[in-house]
Design a protein around this ligand. Structure first.
Ligand SMILES: Cc1ncc(COP(=O)(O)O)c(C=O)c1O
Length: 511
């Protein structure tokens, strides 16, 4: 036991009472015992989550949980840790949405593989920070090797990049490099020092109308404004219309603005569609624009021998976003931003004397902070490393391929029913559809589908997503779980239809 230190008036240390430091994680026996016991308790709680869950959501209302949360006071810990975990069950574990169950078919949350969980356990205990060599050592090399692997699969000859917190941060980095390289190359202007300058025209970025909102958000954050993002229409398969893209670029040049880059989406959030990467590569080359591929969703294709060709043309891009926490079965967070030409990352390097002085770089000491928006950074790469080493990329790829095959099965299930309409052809993992049983008008159909989803969520039997297309409301399946089956899809559709039929009976507005 350590003595608690008090400083007296003469700055002399005096000891007055015992200080219990056994909650600190270290090699002391008390600490190790507490750690082991704590990990056992954590495991038991996780196992009870797995065992007690038969449906993906409890259906609890947020108002109900809010009342319980409001009563918690943090000052003193309860006398027994048992009480704390009971409380956690009540507030969280009983209700947390269970992504591993096959009736969770809503958003881009994949079930996770056990090697990723093992990695999570190790990385949080060792707690390396992946900014500098002196805070990570071998961890930096692990991250760099995985970035290199990803870049090689994309087809970049000498890639570089960093792990990030998610697709949003990776896309922000892409727009940042797009902006800064434009100013540097085309206007010999130091935007880092002087800020955005529109004297020679407003900067413009192009992406499809189905691209992720983080593109607009990044433009706003980087001082370009959301209006800098020009939405290009999509074709019937929800892919960017390249003729419209080229016309839009030309129009901006004619209007005296400055097109700086195109963001293609490889796997749109709602439809899974992949923009025509080869054609976009030709256009960006013609007009010397930065070409970024947001493959947050479609990045899993790099694992698939059978389907990798769907990304043909990605190798022409300057940068790519990949979310390992979407299609590589990794725990949140685990994402990558990869560039074709490493020197572009210098645009965001900042050398701080206390952390990464230029001398370290000159001496060839590896680090990731020179390329990163984050300083202190989780060692998420360890999870992917252990996944690749314990499973191998072939096996991981077979899990991914299974989800693609299942999406086609689910599409058939929807199309085989007369009471549902499928909006998009199956592409990657996403199916957008609606319950449309009888001759209802557009407003009634919209109301009905909104209510079906709401009702389903409040009973929790299954969780499906929703989205809008041309002002109409749809339901959405995102299929990322290789344990799903045809029976599973049929059952979910029957539940949706049953809720829909009940609503039609109960609600006068549909008559
Ligand atoms: C196409 C696409 N890009 C980027 C993102 C953002 O990723 P994250 O949620 O990891 O920030 C998403 C999220 O769904 C996405 O679908």
């Amino acid at each position: 036991m350590v003595k608690k230190l008090f400083i007296d008036d003469n700055n002399m240390n005096t000891t007055q009472e015992q200080l219990d430091l056994s909650d600190l994680f270290n090699h002391d026996k008390d600490s190790i015992d507490k750690y082991k016991k704590g990990i056992n308790t954590a495991t038991e709680n996780v196992l009870s989550f797995l065992h007690n869950r038969t449906q993906p959501f409890s259906g609890v209302a947020h108002e109900e949980l809010q009342k319980v949360v409001d009563k918690i006071d943090f000052k003193e810990a309860p006398t027994s840790s048992h009480l704390v975990f009971e409380e956690l069950q009540e507030i969280y574990l009983k209700h947390a949405v269970a992504f591993h169950l096959p009736k969770y078919i809503a958003h881009l949350n994949c079930p996770i593989v056990i090697p990723s969980l093992i990695g999570e356990q190790i990385l949080s205990a060792i707690n390396s920070s992946l900014d500098t060599w002196d805070q990570s050592a071998g961890g930096t090399l692990i991250e760099q090797k995985l970035i290199d692997w990803t870049g090689q699969q994309i087809g970049y000859p000498t890639p570089d990049g960093v792990f990030t917190s998610g697709g949003t941060q990776s896309n922000l980095m892409a727009i940042l490099l797009m902006r800064d390289s434009f100013y540097q190359k085309k206007q010999q202007y130091d935007v880092t020092k002087f800020g955005v300058n529109t004297d020679k025209g407003k900067l413009k970025i192009f992406c499809s109308e189905c691209s992720h909102f983080s593109v607009k958000k990044s433009a706003a954050l980087l001082g370009l404004g959301e209006d800098a993002v020009i939405s290009i229409p999509v074709d019937d398969n929800f892919k960017m219309d390249c003729e419209a893209l080229e016309s839009a670029i030309l129009k901006e040049f004619i209007d005296g603005n400055c097109p700086i880059g195109v963001v293609a989406t490889a796997g749109t959030t709602d439809y899974g569609s992949i923009d025509p990467l080869k054609s976009i590569g030709v256009i960006t080359e013609r007009y010397q624009l930065w070409f970024h591929v947001d493959a947050a969703v479609g990045g899993g294709l790099l694992l698939s021998n059978e389907h990798k060709y769907l990304l043909d043309g990605i190798e022409k891009s300057d940068s790519t976003t990949i979310d390992y926490h979407k299609t590589y079965f990794q725990t949140v967070s685990c994402s990558g931003f990869i560039v074709k030409e490493p020197h572009n990352l210098n645009l965001i390097s900042h050398h701080a004397e206390y952390l990464n002085p230029k001398a370290c770089k000159d001496a060839g000491v590896p680090n990731q902070v020179d390329k990163s928006l984050q300083t202190t950074k989780r060692f998420d790469a360890l999870k992917l490393w252990l996944t690749f080493r314990l499973m191998g990329t072939e096996k991981l790829g077979s899990y991914y391929d299974q989800t693609l095959a299942l999406t086609k099965v689910a599409a058939d299930c929807i199309q085989n029913r007369k009471d549902f309409e499928l909006l998009n052809p199956p592409s990657l993992h996403c199916l957008v559809f609606r319950f449309a049983p009888i001759n209802l008008n557009a407003d009634q159909l919209n109301q009905l589908n909104i209510l079906i989803r709401k009702k389903l969520f409040s009973n929790g039997q299954a969780v499906v997503a929703g989205t809008k297309f041309k002002g109409n409301n749809y339901l959405k399946f995102t299929i990322l779980n290789p344990t799903m089956s045809k029976e599973n899809f049929e059952e979910i559709l029957s539940i949706l239809a049953m809720i829909g039929e009940q609503l039609l009976e109960e609600e006068k507005q549909f008559i």
